[in-house]
Design a protein around this ligand. Structure first.
Ligand code: ATP
Ligand code: MG
Length: 412
């Protein structure tokens, strides 16, 4: 027997019966983001590997372990693992810094990370996200969080928890890093391998570790004392407290979580995640934050920025199934050319209609109609001659005869 080729591990087909949910995610995104002044940007899925090495950070899991990278004509190319770096590249390349601030962009599409596939974690997955450039004030942070919450509400997801934290700026964070390293030094040998590797390069990332034995270490009182201390400078503290007061005023509930540092290297000041209790261990649907240094690091003008990304598969698993919609009508007719012509007339009027392309027996066609459509439009020889159509309501079995021109008005 010929071997059947299967979908790659960690990737999935999105089948027609699931498409309704995906379309809802995409339609609501367009609608809500447009209300806030965002415009869609579509960047390539392939980018130069260097973009992610510099733009996501070479101490991250994404860059170290998870990228799909290959060589083509002596260039190292990577399938995008996330889209902030690509959007920033495009922002710089297309001179968007010259546009009047803020520049508000949104995107949707597939991302690729070589991770261990499990519930809520795939190797090809989809994100929808926003990026706002040019505003350093905390109003921007508040607006992107509000936008995320509004989008989730539009999907009927009201019970998600917003977690926020401030990572301070590179200056005030330096001192904090030192203190974290100091207090963790006696525990170094007890940390997991990832944490030991990150200890020198990116000590804050340790706090985000999901390994139980590390979590236990971070829960120790002397370590908690450092974690919970207010290390951020006055300016960063004002930015953070202003953000919180906007969220309070706008009735966006949030929880402060000092352990929230996020996986990417580029964040400063505000970071946030939105979590669901109905998702098991991969419970974050949204992650984001402020990244004021990224545009400059990638060669652009110094431009503050803030944004987030949501995992669409995880959003999907929180949505109720969308019932596939029935056709408005199914034409029952034994003359294919008449059926064709009639179907085209109706489609022009916006009616969803099909007929039997195989021209099976009348009774078979009626059976099919009752499965797939709301109305059967019967076009027998008599009807064709008299320019009439018999309309059968397939729910009530009621049947009426109307002029062909009147069909549309009778199947609303
Ligand atoms: P996680 O902690 O769940 O790995 P992350 O910090 O790596 O998330 P981000 O890079 O911030 O995630 O991406 C934002 C969102 O994209 C996540 O909150 C999640 O919903 C989704 N996401 C990330 N990686 C995957 C994946 N491999 N499969 C499915 N969804 C994912
Ligand atoms: Mg991850």
């Amino acid at each position: 027997m010929t071997k059947i080729i299967k979908v790659l591990k960690g990737t999935k087909d999105i089948l027609p019966q699931e498409a309704g949910q995906w379309q809802k995610l995409e339609q609501n995104a367009l609608e809500i983001f447009t209300k806030y002044g965002y415009r869609e940007i579509r960047t390539p899925i392939l980018e130069a590997t260097e973009l992610f090495a510099r733009g996501v950070g070479d101490t991250t899991d994404i860059v170290n372990k998870e990228m799909y990278t290959f060589e083509k004509s002596d260039r190292s190319i990577t399938l995008r693992p996330e889209n902030t770096a690509g959007v920033v590249r495009s922002f710089i390349e297309n001179g968007m810094a010259r546009l009047s601030a803020p520049v508000k962009l949104w995107y949707k599409g597939p991302m690729f990370r070589y991770e261990r596939p499990q519930a809520g974690r795939q190797r090809q997955f989809h994100q929808v996200g926003v990026e706002m450039f040019g505003i350093k004030e905390p109003t921007a942070d508040a607006e992107v969080i509000l936008l995320a919450v509004d989008y989730l509400k539009s999907l009927g997801l009201n019970n998600l928890e917003v977690e926020i934290n401030s990572l301070g700026c590179p200056k005030c964070r330096e001192e904090y890093k030192k203190r974290i390293k100091e207090v963790l030094k006696p525990e170094f040998d007890n940390l997991c391998e990832d944490c030991r590797n990150r200890y020198e390069k990116n000590p804050l990332r340790l706090l985000d570790c999901k390994v139980d034995s590390c979590k236990e270490i971070f829960a120790k009182p002397e370590i908690q004392k450092v974690i919970q201390s207010d290390f951020i400078c006055e300016e960063c503290a004002t930015h953070y407290s202003d953000l919180k007061s906007y969220l309070d005023r706008l009735n966006v509930p949030y929880v402060e979580n000092k352990l929230l540092v996020r996986g990417l290297d580029y964040y400063n000041r505000t970071v946030f995640e939105i979590k669901s209790n109905n998702l098991g261990s991969q419970n974050a649907v949204c992650g984001g934050g402020r990244y004021d240094s990224l545009v400059k690091n990638l060669g652009g003008e110094d431009t503050p920025a803030v944004g987030w990304a949501m995992g669409m598969e995880r959003l999907n698993s929180l949505l109720p199934d969308v019932e596939p919609e029935k056709l408005d009508a199914y034409i029952v007719c034994n003359s294919p050319s008449d059926a064709f012509e009639f179907a085209q007339e109706l489609r022009k009027e916006g009616i969803k209609v099909e007929f039997d392309l195989a021209n099976k027996k009348f009774t078979k066609q009626l059976e099919k109609a009752s499965k797939v459509a709301k109305y059967a439009l019967i076009l027998g020889e008599d009807e064709i001659k008299s320019n009439k159509v018999s309309i059968k309501n397939l729910e009530t079995s009621e049947q009426i005869s109307v002029d062909r021109n009147d069909v549309v008005n009778n199947i609303g």
